[in-house]
Structure formats: structure tokens, C-alpha cells
Design a protein around this ligand. Sequence first.
Ligand SMILES: Nc1nc2c(ncn2[C@@H]2O[C@H](COP(=O)(O)OP(=O)(O)OP(=O)(O)O)[C@@H](O)[C@H]2O)c(=O)[nH]1
Length: 450
Amino acid sequence: MPFAAEQQRTKIPVTIITGFLGAGKTTLLNYLLKERGTKSIAVIENEFGEVNIDRELVADNLLEKEDLVSLENGCVCCSLRKDIVKAFAEIETRSKGRQKPIDAIIMETTGLADPAPVAFTFFANPWVASRFKLDSIMCVVDSRYLLQHLEDAKPEGTINEALQQIAFSDLILLNKIDLVSEEEKTQVLRAVKKINSTARLVQCQLNDPLQRPSVDMLLDINSFSINRALEVDPNFLNSGSESEEESQSTNPETSDSGRQACGPEGSGRNEKKERRPKRRRKKMHDLSNVSSVGIIARGPLDEYRFNMYMKDLLSEKARDIFRCKGVLCVHGYDNQKFVFQGVHETICYGPCDQAWKQDETRINQIVFIGRGLDKRSLIEGFRTCVWVPLPEGWEEFTDPKTKQSYYCNRKTGEKTWSRPAPIATAYVTSTHASTEQPSISKQRKIPRLD
Ligand SMILES: Nc1nc2c(ncn2[C@@H]2O[C@H](COP(=O)(O)OP(=O)(O)OP(=O)(O)O)[C@@H](O)[C@H]2O)c(=O)[nH]1
């Protein structure tokens, strides 16, 4: 075998999973991990919000917990670009202790990431290029919301993330076909083909074992093509912001390809950049009006209150809340852990496969990602959902017809539907608050709200 081909063969294939918020990327990742057979797979998980729910949802499908590297609270295409190289280095270091070497890496990007700069790392950084090859960029499309996301008005000169993700992929999974009519599906297919007519297109329902593509169709398929990337963006190979020294770096510790990231904050002015020759102006990745609010609350949730809170919130804000998800501890369910998943107004809330472990701290973690989020009212609302014991004299009853709880004061005879509990003991923290850090989540550096 010629040397170049042999070298290519021994590189670890990397699959990038892209797709808008809530499209089904983690569902796909978990499916690939469960059905991996004898392959040993490492995962790079990138989460936009500081509260990392996906790590929790993926962890149980890993062979070893060391197989997961998390890049949190930012986008790999923006502020965390330099961290991609470090993540690869981390995987290489960790895999040295393994009996079986890593066969493949899957990187799940945030739903707001532009895959182009991530792909660029494979060509710009010689250290990465010598060890890893980009096998495929796979885009999971949410058939129900794609058209809405494509229509989103974006400021002049900025990218539409949903469009860019489709344009840059070589395999497109048209997911959630159970949620659209035939006519809607035809419209979505037409829109996808208009953006990208060359990618392989597979219709699927990733949450249904009978409607998923086989793993062989998804991993180690060698379908990324640099020529196609250049067709989509002739400037692709200039698209990074690496300076000459950075892109030649063979040491991942010093690699700093994220310094001049896309987006208004990242278009940083350092001297190196100003000395470089001018390139054709690229579209920016502008997330200035999009934010995430992460909330961590100790103590079980009152199920009824939480339902009401979400119902009220989504009846007003469903279009702007792109995504919410959480792991919850609900009062009255012993060790049962709950997962909450929301994509705009589509909500799914149910028991998790795993129970709370004996020594696990029972906390609720929830994250909202969206446009123009009102952080304080989200947190205050969530605070009222935390369950606390009833005050002296009050008892809880269940209405036999509606099955809804109501409360009765034994002494005064007063009745009420809403829980008459003081909520001052509720303990809620926000990832965006500014005061000091409580003990509950030390390693995540989440500041305390109250
Ligand atoms: N109806 C339906 N729901 C699906 C399908 N695939 C995934 N889901 C659900 O969609 C929700 C979001 O799925 P995830 O896999 O977490 O989406 P994601 O793209 O990883 O989300 P982010 O990481 O937040 O961007 C979950 O409730 C899934 O169970 C599908 O084919 N049909």
C-alpha cells in the first residue's frame, strides 16, 4: 500500500454530528454508542449552556467514563475552537491507558454551531491532520421546525445556522418524520435539496428503533469531501483564523485557533490579525441575541407547579425558546429520575432509564436556550416549582374527578388549589448570576443566586 494511503488508513475517523437545537443529535449519538458493536468510540460533546444536560444523558452509554470529553458553555465554532485540538489531545492521552485503542471519535456540536470552522481544524492543524481524519459531517434535521428556523431573520452579513449546517454536511438525516404530514415533508425535502443537492439524504425517526438508519450507514463511511466543502465555500481553506504559526503548530497545548473566532465578540483584534493580508469578508456567526439560562435547584420539584410553569412559559414564548432540557428530581417518586426535553412547544417529560444512585445529590438541572430570554423571570418561576413541606395545619387532598391536588386547612376550613407553602427555603442557582459559588456544584463553577 502506498505510504499516503497507509497513513490515511491508520488515522482515527471523526464524525461530526451537527443540526439545529433539539433536532435529535444526542438521540443519534446514544443510538450509535449503544449499537457500536466491538468498536471503541470516544465522544466530544459540546454544549452551548453551562449546565451540561447531554453529558448526563450520554454517560451511561460509554464503555468508560474517560471516553467523554466535554466542551462546555460555548460553541466549538466560536469561543471554543482552540479547545477542539486540546480535546483530541486529551482523547489520545487517555487512550494510551486503554487495552483497546479508540476506533472512532464522534463529536456532537451545539445546535448553534457552524460546522465549517470545525472541519477546517482537520486541514489547518498539522498535529490533528497527522492523526485524525474527518470521516463525515452528518446533519440531523428537525422536519417539524426546519422551515421556521430557515426563515429566521438574521442580521445582514451573518449566517443562518440551520442553513449552514445543512449546506456543509455530506449526510443529512431528515429526522422526526413522524411529526409532519406528507405534504410538509415534501416541503422540507425541497428546502433541504435546494440548500444541498449532493449530500446523501436519509429520512428517519431516530427515537424509533425500526426507523433508524443502520450504524454501517453512519460510521466510517469516508464521505467528507474537501472538494465539496470548497464548492459550498470557496474560501473554506482560508476560513480559519489561524495565523501561520498557529496553523503550523504541532503542539496541541499551544494551538490557539479560536482566538479570532467568528461572531462579534470573537472578531478580536490582536496584532497578529492586523498584520495579516486581507481576505474576502466572510459571513459572521452572530449569537448576540441568543443566550442560555441554566438553573440548578436543590430539593424535589412539585410536579403540578412545574407543569403549570412550563405551560405558561411556552404559551407565551415557545417561538423564542428554541430548546429547554433538564434532569429532574420530582417529589413523590422515590429514586426515579426524570428527563425533560423541549423543542419550542414540543415537550417530552418522562422517567429516565437510570434511577438516582444512593450517594447521588438530588438536584434539578435545567437549561433554556433561546432568543431574548428573561433570565430573572425564568429563575423566579422555577424557584416556585420546588416542593417544600406544607405549613402547620394544612393537608393535601386529591380531587377524585380531576386528579388534581388541593389543600385544606384543618383549623380554618380554608381550601385552595395552589400549594400554601412558603417557598423561602427553595434553593436555586443560576449560571448567569453574579454572586459567589455555593457548594452544590463546585466543579461547574456555577454562581449562587439567592
Ligand atoms: N417525535 C420525535 N421525537 C424525536 C425524534 N428524534 C428525537 N426526538 C426527541 O427530540 C428531543 C430532542 O432530541 P435530542 O437528541 O436531545 O436533540 P439534540 O439535537 O441533541 O438537542 P440539543 O443538543 O439540545 O441541540 C428529545 O425529546 C428526543 O426524544 C423523532 O424522530 N421523533
